[in-house]
Design a protein around this ligand. Structure first.
Ligand SMILES: Nc1nc2c(ncn2[C@@H]2O[C@H](COP(=O)(O)OP(=O)(O)O)[C@@H](O)[C@H]2O)c(=O)[nH]1
Ligand SMILES: [Mg+2]
Length: 484
C-alpha cells in the first residue's frame, strides 16, 4: 500500500494496458532516464505495484504522477463490478467495494483503481497502432465509472498510426474529457509542456496549483538555458585561449627530426587538453539537462571491433562514407579504408568537436558555402625566437576555428534537446554536420567574431560578455526550436 494522496496535491494515475508506454510517458514527461527510477521495458509485468513520482519545487510537492501496473483482466473486472452493483451504472462506491473485496486475481485492477478512489485523475495511455478490441472498451468503461478527470493519450510510437486510430479517437472522445497525442520517444520540451497544460484543463479543483507548477517549469527551463549559455562561454574562452608549451634543449633545436618529434608531442598535448575542456563542457550540459544515457564522446574501446562494411557504423560516427573519403583526401591522407579508420579512431579519441576539426573539418561545412574553411592544425605552432627554447602551440591561427567549436556545441545541444528521457538506449551525442552559425544574422556574427578574436589573443573582452551571453541565449533558443 502506498501512503494516501495528500488532498492539496494534484495527482494523476497513469493507466492503460501493459506495454502501451505508460512508464515511458512518465519518464519523458518528468525527464527521468534512469531505469531504476522509472522502469521502461518491453518485458510485460515488470511494474507490479503503483509507483508515485513527485514533482517537487523547493520543498513543495506540486504534482504527482502514479505509475501503475496497468489492466490485465479488464473484461472480467468489468463483469465483476457490474455483478457487485446490479442494475444501472456503477460509481465510486461499487468500485471501492470491488477494491476491498476482490481477490488477487484482480490484483492489477485493484492497485490501479486505488489512487483513483483517493482522488487522482486519469492519464490513460493507448497505442493507436493496436487494434481496438473489446478489452480496451472495458478499460475505458471502468475508468469512466470512476468519474475522475480523464485524459486519453494516444502514444504514437515513432509517429506510427494504425487503421483504427480514428476509431480510437472517437471512442476516447466519448469516455474522456480530453484526447491528446504524444510520442514518448520523441516528445520535446514543447510537447511535454502542452501535455501538462492539457492536464490543467481537466483538473479544475487544483487549477491554481497546476498553473503555478507550469510557471515554475517554464522558469526552470529558461534558467537551464542561461546555465548552458554560461557553460558555453566558459568553454569557448578556455578553448580559444588554450596554449601549451614545451622547453627545447639545444640538441632538439639542432636536429630537425627531434624538433619535429617535440612539435608532435606538443600538438598531442594541445589536442588532449582541448578535448578535456570540451568533454567538461558537454558533461556540464548533459547534467543541466538531466541526461545520463547520452554520451558526449566515443569511448575508444567501442571502436575495437568496428565493422567497416556496415552502413550503421558510418552513421554512428556521424559521417557518411562519402564524407569520410572526402575528409581523408582533404587532410592529405592517401585513400583507403585503413586510413579512414585511423582518422576516425584518432578524431573520436580526441573528443567530438576536435574530431570534427581533425577528421571531419571538411565534412562539417559540407555544401561548400564556406569554401575557405580549412583547419590548419599546425597554424599555432611557433618557435619563440627570443629565448630560443620555448615551443608553444595554440591557439590555431585559422579564423574559422572558433566557429567550428561553436557549431560543434550547438549541433550537439540541438540533439540533446531532441532526446526524450523515456528512451533507454545509449546514444552518442554526435554532431550532424550541418553548419549552424552560418545562418546567424550578420550582427551576431560580427559581435561573436569580435569576442572570439579577443579570446584568441588571450584577453577575453569582458565588456562584450553580456552581449555575447544574450547572443548565445538566442542561439540556444533557436537550436532548441529547430525541428530535425
Ligand atoms: N518506439 C517507441 N517505443 C515505445 C514508446 N513508448 C514505449 N515504448 C516501448 O514500449 C515498451 C513498453 O514501454 P513501457 O513504458 O515500459 O510500457 P508500460 O508497460 O505501459 O509501462 C518499451 O520497450 C518502450 O521502450 C514510444 O513512444 N515509441
Ligand atoms: Mg510500466
Amino acid at each position: 500500500m502506498n501512503p494516501p494522496l495528500p488532498a492539496d496535491v494534484p495527482a494523476f494515475a497513469v493507466v492503460g494496458r501493459v506495454n502501451m508506454g505508460k512508464s515511458a510517458v512518465i519518464a519523458t514527461l518528468l525527464e527521468i532516464d534512469d531505469n531504476e527510477l522509472v522502469r521502461v521495458s518491453p518485458t510485460p509485468g515488470e511494474t507490479t505495484r503503483c509507483q508515485p513520482h513527485r514533482v517537487v519545487f523547493g520543498d513543495k510537492e506540486c504534482v504527482r504522477f502514479i505509475d501503475t501496473p496497468g489492466f490485465s483482466r479488464p473484461v472480467e473486472a468489468l463483469r465483476a463490478i457490474q455483478r457487485l452493483h446490479g442494475e444501472g451504472t456503477p460509481g465510486l462506491e461499487t468500485l471501492r467495494k470491488f477494491v476491498a473485496e476482490a481477490g488477487e486475481d484482480f490484483g492489477d485492477e485493484k492497485r490501479l483503481l486505488e489512487p483513483l478512489l483517493e482522488g487522482a485523475g486519469v492519464l490513460y495511455i493507448v497505442d493507436p497502432a493496436k487494434p481496438l478490441r473489446d478489452d480496451f472498451l472495458a478499460e475505458m468503461e471502468i475508468l469512466r465509472w470512476t468519474g475522475r478527470p480523464r485524459l486519453g493519450l494516444l502514444n504514437r510510437r515513432d509517429g506510427s498510426t494504425g487503421p483504427d486510430e480514428e476509431e480510437w479517437r472517437s471512442r476516447l472522445g466519448t469516455s474522456f474529457n480530453l484526447v491528446r497525442t504524444f510520442d514518448a520517444h520523441h516528445a520535446r520540451y514543447d510537447e511535454r509542456l502542452r501535455l501538462l497544460k492539457a492536464l490543467l484543463e481537466i483538473e479544475e479543483t487544483h487549477r491554481p496549483l497546476l498553473e503555478e507548477t507550469i510557471r515554475l517549469i517554464e522558469n526552470e527551463w529558461s534558467g537551464r538555458r542561461e546555465e548552458a549559455a554560461e557553460t558555453i562561454i566558459t568553454f569557448l574562452e578556455s578553448a580559444l585561449g588554450l596554449q601549451v608549451r614545451a622547453t627545447l634543449e639545444e640538441r632538439d633545436l639542432s636536429i630537425p627530426a627531434r624538433r619535429e618529434k617535440k612539435a608532435q608531442e606538443l600538438s598531442k598535448k594541445y589536442f588532449s587538453r582541448l578535448a578535456d575542456i570540451e568533454r567538461g563542457c558537454f558533461s556540464d550540459l548533459l547534467k543541466i539537462y538531466r541526461h545520463h544515457l547520452l554520451k558526449a564522446d566515443h569511448d575508444a574501446d567501442t571502436f575495437q571491433s568496428i565493422d567497416l562494411e556496415c552502413r550503421e557504423t558510418w552513421s554512428k560516427l556521424g559521417l557518411s562514407r562519402t564524407q569520410l573519403v572526402a575528409v581523408s583526401s582533404a587532410i592529405g591522407a592517401s585513400a583507403g579504408l585503413a586510413v579512414d579508420v585511423g582518422t576516425v579512431f584518432f578524431s573520436h579519441g580526441a573528443g567530438t568537436v576536435i574530431g570534427a576539426l581533425l577528421g571531419g573539418g571538411a565534412a562539417w561545412f559540407k555544401g561548400g558555402s564556406l569554401p575557405d574553411l580549412r583547419i590548419s592544425l599546425t597554424g599555432g605552432v611557433k618557435l619563440a625566437t627570443g629565448e630560443g627554447k620555448a615551443l608553444t602551440m595554440g591557439p590555431p591561427k585559422n579564423q574559422n576555428f572558433p566557429w567550428v567549436l561553436l557549431d560543434g556545441v550547438l549541433t550537439r545541444y540541438r540533439r540533446m534537446l531532441a532526446r526524450a528521457h523515456g528512451r533507454r538506449d545509449e546514444e552518442i551525442l554526435a554532431g550532424d554536420g550541418s553548419g549552424f552559425t552560418r545562418h546567424f544574422p550578420s550582427d551576431r556574427r560580427a559581435l561573436l567574431g569580435k569576442w572570439f578574436n579577443s579570446c584568441l589573443k588571450g584577453s577575453p573582452n569582458r565588456a562584450l560578455e553580456p552581449e555575447v551571453f544574450e547572443a548565445l541565449l538566442s542561439s540556444l533558443t533557436e537550436a532548441g526550436e529547430y525541428n530535425q
